[in-house]
Ligand binder design. Structure first.
Ligand code: SPV
Ligand code: MG
Length: 431
């Protein structure tokens, strides 16, 4: 009997999937592939059901003869091992980033005489409703909050991009690229104190208060589903920090990163050019412990950010602090540096990893921006934060446009630098 294969990356079977199964039945034994969690988070949305439960849902669907796991989003494992006679897919992958996966499937099938069958994509009110419901579920605090921990478990490295508004949140949420026949996207969002302050035309000195920061978070949360890490600056007074931990946790934020500085905080990228004071290990540990005691779920993470390398206090100081902060209950360590060369970051991570195999390490490669994600993985780093690039991209574009209009006394000359609004609003979901 011939085999007809289709891959599902859904938590809910709707009429579009049933249509594919019914078509597959005409070709032979119906085998459904459940895309693995690892592949799914890069390809589509984070699953709301664990893999075993997705397999169960697919198995119980009428017309399905067998369910297997597909590990590779570009079907390489299916094409080399299962070699189905037919692969069925909705025709919606002909355009956009997925078209390269389609190309690879066509090539792979050709190599052994298999055939691609494309089924008209079903998109109607019911299907849209199921999609919307899944999206809504993912945006709920109880789902969003735990996702950072889940991603750290699942991914070789969690890729986080700065967002400071609903629109930048949408860019992080929806940007998908293709490379080597695979899709890629960001995993989460960083609400940077620098960008949140800059967007308001204010300096990054803890002047923008928590109420305003929560407003930014809420704007982002309204239109996205990906997990959020808040740049919590110094965490403020311990007596205030404990309340803020509760608020962030309830809101659905996944983690707060607090840095071991005290007094008037200035941005780390200034390093020793401005006066900055590092907190004592004892005080900072007390703040971490108080925060951990205040939180109510196991999902929320308090990540301790070490400023020793920024403030030129040396590697031993940084490592000592890391050990103490982990003992005090920190769920992760962020090590920061403003050197162009990542050597001191790598030295810290290599030494720390020898002693501590588990505690997640976070880095922000703004200055040491030549490092690749693969290199970071090689040094045991779990989370990379691209902390300010969207704002830095927007600023020169806006400045140049303003100057061009002023110089030209009209808007025509600026037009070639601008995106039609139609394209911008294509990002925005309509209910
Ligand atoms: C931020 O993005 O606000 C940060 C990272 O704290 S850095 O600007 O590098 O200090
Ligand atoms: Mg900051």
């Amino acid at each position: 009997m011939k085999t007809a294969y289709t891959c599902f990356c859904t938590d809910v079977i709707h009429e579009g999937h049933l249509n594919i199964i019914n078509n597959a039945k005409k070709y032979g034994k119906v085998i459904v592939g459940a895309l693995s969690d690892e592949a799914l988070v890069r390809y589509n949305k984070f699953p709301t059901l664990p893999l075993e439960e997705r397999i169960k849902v697919y198995r119980e669907t009428e017309g399905v003869d067998e369910v297997i796991v597909q590990n590779d989003m570009n079907y390489s494992d299916i094409l080399s091992e299962l070699k189905p006679d037919y692969i069925l897919h909705g025709d919606n992958w002909k355009n956009g980033p997925e078209s390269s996966i389609r190309g690879r499937v066509i090539e792979g099938l050709k190599s052994y005489g298999g055939e691609l069958v494309e089924v008209g994509y079903t998109y109607n009110e019911n299907v849209k409703k199921v999609d919307d419901q899944l999206k809504e579920k993912l945006s709920m605090p109880e789902y969003r909050r735990k996702r950072l921990k889940q991603l750290i478990e699942l991914c070789p490295i969690v890729k986080v991009m700065e967002a400071h508004s609903g629109l930048t949140g949408l860019i992080v949420e929806k940007t998908v690229v293709e490379g080597d026949g695979k899709l890629d996207q960001f995993d989460g969002m960083w609400v940077s104190s620098l960008c949140d302050s800059t967007d308001r035309g204010k300096p990054d000195i803890e002047l923008v208060d928590m109420t305003s920061r929560l407003r930014t978070i809420d704007d982002i949360m309204e239109v996205t589903t990906k997990p959020i890490i808040l740049d919590g600056d110094t965490g403020g007074l311990t007596e205030h920090f404990v309340y803020n931990v509760r608020t962030l946790e309830r809101t659905g934020v996944s983690a707060v990163i607090i840095e071991d500085k005290t007094g008037l905080k200035k941005n780390s990228l200034f390093g020793t050019e401005v006066e900055q004071t590092q907190d004592s290990i004892e005080n900072f540990c007390a703040k971490i412990s108080a925060g951990k005691k205040a939180q109510l779920t196991d999902d929320f993470m308090i990540i301790a950010r070490i400023e020793s390398l920024i403030l030129e206090k040396g590697m031993e100081d940084a490592l000592n602090r890391a050990r103490s902060y982990v003992k005090a209950g920190a769920d992760g360590i962020m090590i920061h540096s403003r050197k162009k060369d990542p050597a001191e970051i790598f030295e810290f991570c290599d030494t720390f990893r020898k002693e501590d195999k588990k505690t997640p390490i976070v880095v922000v490669p703004t200055s040491f921006n030549s490092v690749t994600e693969d290199e970071l993985i090689g040094h045991g780093i779990n989370v990379v934060i691209y902390a300010n690039q969207l704002m830095r991209a927007a600023f020169p574009a806006m400045k140049q446009t303003a100057e061009t209009i002023l110089k030209s006394h009209r808007a025509l000359e600026a037009d070639k630098m601008l995106m039609p609004f139609k394209e911008i609003i294509s990002l925005i979901d309509e209910l």
